[in-house]
Design a protein around this ligand. Sequence first.
Ligand code: ADP
Ligand code: MG
Length: 229
Amino acid sequence: MSCVIIEGLKVSFAGREILHGLDVKFPANKISVILGRSGSGKSTLLRSINRLNECFDGYRGDGEIKILINGSLVSVFDIALTELRRRAGMVFQSPNPLPMSIRKNIAMPLNLAFRLSNAETEKIIREKLEQTALWSEVKDRLNDSAMSLSGGQQQRLCLARALALQPDLLLLDEPTSSLDKAAANKIEDMILSLKNKISVIVVSHSLQQAEKLADYLVTIDDGYIKEGK
Ligand SMILES: Nc1ncnc2c1ncn2[C@@H]1O[C@H](COP(=O)(O)OP(=O)(O)O)[C@@H](O)[C@H]1O
Ligand SMILES: [Mg+2]
């Protein structure tokens, strides 16, 4: 079963073609890694899945992308964008916590997406902070600004925030590249713990990281898929 099926994907910006007609299928409930050099089109491929490229001036796209939602494959062009972005949660290269408290970083998006009681919200906050190995580090200062956290903690908070929305698919764009080795290791272990629970697609430029994480590995070179295995 695939969680994402991409067919004939072409993307260009301002008339320059970046992705040249890609066909790729990512397996459900596995960790897929998109590996490639800087500038090869990895982020553009990932952003095609949640239609984030459409935010950029000069974008043109062609092709079909289907994602697995509640057991059915649905075109990303047939889903409301807010729904798509919740189902396909994303974490970026540099941590981007909201400029508010640690608690609100999870509570605010959660309460926009679902109607929950305070007790339910608190329960999910705790669960997701435990899942990202942050709970013991922040439980006594949930009302402190998220900006007071280290880079690695901020990135784990961003993962917790994405996971709280119960995504079917997690898109991670070089999630450890701004971190030191110890902080990167924690994130990698967290990603591995998601295996067989949800579908994860991670962009990486590190072969070592790809080999550690990947159930399925796709290499991209200058906007072409080189190999998938
Ligand atoms: N919003 C954009 N506008 C114009 N060019 C872009 C945009 N995003 C990416 N590109 C170009 O697309 C190519 C691939 O970029 P990207 O997908 O970010 O590669 P990677 O993530 O592999 O480093 C690069 O040449 C980059 O300059
Ligand atoms: Mg990139």
